[in-house]
Each structure stands twice: as C-alpha cells, then as structure tokens.
Ligand binder design. Sequence first.
Ligand SMILES: Cc1ncc(COP(=O)(O)O)c(C=O)c1O
Length: 419
Amino acid sequence: MKPEIPLQWIKNEHALQNPRSSLAQELFPPGLPQRIRELHSEIPSYGMSPLKSLPALARRLGVGGIWVKDESARFSLNSFKVLGGSYAIYKKLLQRSQLTDENLTLHDLLNLDGELRKGLGSPIFATATDGNHGTGVAWAASKMGFRSIIYVHHRTTKDRIEGIKRNGGEVVIVDGNYDDAVRQVNDDARRNGWEVISDTSWRGYEDVPKWIMQGYSTMFVETQEQFAAQGIRRPTHLFVQAGVGSLAAAAIGYYSVLFEDNVPLSVVVEPTKAACLYKSMEINDGQPHNVTGELDTIMAGLACGEPNPLAWETLYNCADFFAICPDYVAAKAMRVYGMPLPGDPFIVSGESGAVTLGALMFAMEYDGARQLREELSLNRDSQVLLINSEGNTSPEEFRSVVWEGGMPVPEEFKIHYNA
Ligand SMILES: Cc1ncc(COP(=O)(O)O)c(C=O)c1O
C-alpha cells in the first residue's frame, strides 16, 4: 500500500475573499481578551508562557521567522487547555450566582471564604475529554474547591487518565470515541444536575463553549505583547491545529478582529484520520460535517469527529486553508522540536502540539506542496506563528516517538538534509 502523502489542503475561497465573522467580533470585542488575561493572572501559579523563536530552522526553511507559543508547561499542566476550562467555570459560577466580575473575581474564587461559598452552592462540573481539557477542568474545579467528573473514551491512555485524577477529577471511561463521550456526559449530567463544561457546542448549549474559546485568548494577548517586545507588529501566518476547532477559531478569530484590514493568513491543521473540519470545507456548503469511526491517530487531542458548530462558523468565515497530515508528520516535528538546529531552543512537544511545525516543514520542503507555499506567499518576509499546544502529556507515547523513532517518515517523503 502506498503511504499517505504528508500534506493535503483545501483553499477556503469564502474566507479569502472576505475574512469577516460577526461571531469573532462578538467573541473578542476590544478589551475583553485583556480582561480575561488579567483574570487568569490572578491564579497564583500564573506565568506568561514563552514565545520561542527558531531562527536557524526559519533560515533553513526559507521563512523570516518561526515563533512558537510554547504551552508545554502552562500552570504545570502541559497544555493550553486550562485557560478555557478555568474561565468557563468562573463564568458559569457568576451566571449561577448572578454576581458580576466586579463582585467575584477569580482571585476570590481561589480563596473562597465561608459566606461566598454558601452563595455558590456545590455544583459538580463534568466534561468529556481526550485528556487535556478534562485535566484543565479538574484542576480549575479542584482549586476552587468543587468536584469534577471527567468522561474519557476507551482508547485514552493510562497517563492521561492518571493526569486527570492527579488534578482532582473523578474519571468515567466510556465505550466508543470522543464524540460518544460527549453525548454520554451530557445525558448523565442532565439526569444528575451536573454543570457541563464542554469545549464543543450544540443547539441550546453555546455559552460555555464561547467562554472556553474566549479563555484561550489569553495566549494571544500574551503573544502580541511578546511580539511587540521583539519589534514585530503581527504574525503574517498562523498554522493552528484542530480537534473540534475551538482553539483554531479562537486564534484565527482573535487575529481577524485585531488586524481587521491585514489579517494573517491561516492554515487549520488536522490529522488525516480525524479531519472533520477539512471534510466540512471539502463539502463546502457552509455547514459543519462529521467523520465517524475510531479516529485512530496518535494526535489524541485532535481525535474529534464532530466540529464545534460555533468554531466551524468562525473558521468558515476566517480560515484561509484547511490541511490534513498523517501521524508521521507530527512524529517528525516532535523530534525536530526535541533536537533543534544549533542556536534554536529545545522544545518539549507532544503529538497534537507538534503537528503544525510538521505541516510547515512539509509545506516548505515537500515538492508536492509548492502550490500551497506559493499561495500562502511563505517567504523570507514571513513571520509564522505556531502554538505548541501540549508538551509531554503521555510519556509512554512520547518516548515511543522521540526515543524509539516511532512513526518514521516513509522513505519517499524523507528530506535529504545536508549539514
Ligand atoms: C494539545 C491539544 N492541542 C490542540 C487541541 C485542539 O483543540 P480543539 O479541540 O479546540 O480544536 C486539543 C484539544 O483537546 C489539545 O488537547
């Protein structure tokens, strides 16, 4: 059987002609991302995640700069996900108690005294996850003194389940895939009166996923501050990975509002085996479409078959290209991050975190991607922003790729690098 090619893509003419989304405007109005970042900074262990530059790799690939927002150590949880879960729990508590963010800050929540606690009751927070989102929800709920119940699908690794438990979550394992876990937790929550903190939306359930997308904007507020310190006004290109699409919609939506007249060109990257946004773009009727089955990819955080409809709406209006990559592309990038060119920093990157670097490398070096790099105008003037959305979240899988060379690039797609 012929191996799968490293990169396939579709151009989104709809967004290229008019990259505007009223939903993005609603999600990221001026001032709100800064306010959310202030709230996050009230969490005692808050620190800005680093924006790392890879100048040697940029030179080799022929772009001006590669900038990696490195979320591998965010709040010691190894992924960006907690930014969404913590903000959504906070907003849910405000909504339940009819308080405003002036009467109840995140700082108050983390230092709850008896009187405040009585007013908030004892909600139990529940969610489905493929690992990172559940860990973030469990961590935030337990820091605020609440219970959380986290549903995982049966292929979730032991390490990821342990991570959720270690951070205070109770774990329920569901037969089926991530999307089945979403349905199951929703049914059980309705019966038990739990508060669902889902990163995907459905009819009548939109507030929480919107808050989650807004919570992610802290990353981009920090990034813009870090770019400014380097004398860079904006990235010219964004490569963002997607599962249900909330992260990509937050990144691309945020930048499309911030730089309305000069929006960075964007590429949404999914695993070939779980490419629901790519499929939706392929069908191109403006609606989100599902893919089904085992969603069998090493990129566990991206193994989602059903797009978040809110994220899809934003991406359909603002994302310029949708791309898919097989697992070996992510595996190669994990090794590149871990064994950088001289002068570039070393970065710990997990499967879902690394795939965008892999996509960028193949976009620049794979003969079959010439048209893509031309259409993206990727050249020495480009400043490319990537998000290393996770570090080593599953040590067994991580070592099998980075130490044992798992998922090697097929012979015909190897690049023969000279020194
Ligand atoms: C590490 C990592 N990166 C990216 C994503 C993708 O986020 P989304 O599902 O919002 O597309 C996830 C989702 O869980 C993740 O865990």
